[in-house]
Design a protein around this ligand. Sequence first.
Ligand code: SF4
Length: 305
Amino acid sequence: MSKRVVTLAHYYTTPEIQGMADKVGDSLELSLFARDAQADIIVFAGVRFMAETAKILNPQAEVILPDAGSTCSLVTQTDVNALRAWRERHTDYVHVSYINSSAEHKALSDWIVTSRNVDDIIAHLYAEGKKVIFSPDRNMGAYLNYQYGYDMPLWSAVCEVHDKFNEAALQAAFAEVEGPYSLIAHPESPLPVLKQAHYVGSTSGMLNWVKAYQGAVTAPIFVATEDGILFNMSQARPDLDLRQAPIYAGCQCNSCPYMKMNTIEAVRRAQAGEGTRIDYLSPEQMDAARLPIERMLEFSQRYYA
Ligand code: SF4
């Protein structure tokens, strides 16, 4: 009997790869889809931490990453031993970690959050009188501290793609616009960029913002996130003037090199059963990493129901 293969693609992959997928989404949407997928093989056209999350949530399935090199700077900039030591220096804190983290990192966390639910989960913890440490994304943590007046100690890793957006390049781009414009930004961007945004939110949140946009169609909308999502945005709203935020004057060219390792050939090979199998996590590691993820999923079910 042939094996049931399900292919998932993140919004940051190319349009061709998205066209090969059964489901396209952001990190949380794909994790939930993977958890519920009736599949023998899940091909995850994204990056390694996402494939690991899929395996943790659906351990029965074989999960294949098309290219072994598809990592993430938030993972490579985090030494797990140093993280453990940091965690041990903050024993009276709740450790909240962004989902963009390795399985080992998740296992050291009390809660996992995504860019969609991070605001609500941390607000909930503060409302309960808890103290919070946040890892690994320094920019996201700095934004939360700024926006809500928290004083969370932060781990210091960044997304090497979003961290390139900068205020000077943005100001130069804004200066060329006559009339109104908007900026929407992912919270992995630096704080000076986020302070200027009309909307800050997850990849799906930004897509929904664009879909619901009611302003002048001639007013440019600058988008501070990975360029892959521009394809989905312009498909949803071909009438809008959507521009990726520049990282230097005149440049609309900010791509994630790890997401783009998901080539057509690599995804085809993975669909045929070749590629990097996520088979190196022990049952104990997966159990430990699943706990803070399930805490987030239960919260989301209760809070957003
Ligand atoms: S865009 Fe940034 S956070 Fe996302 S996978 Fe690439 S390096 Fe990691």
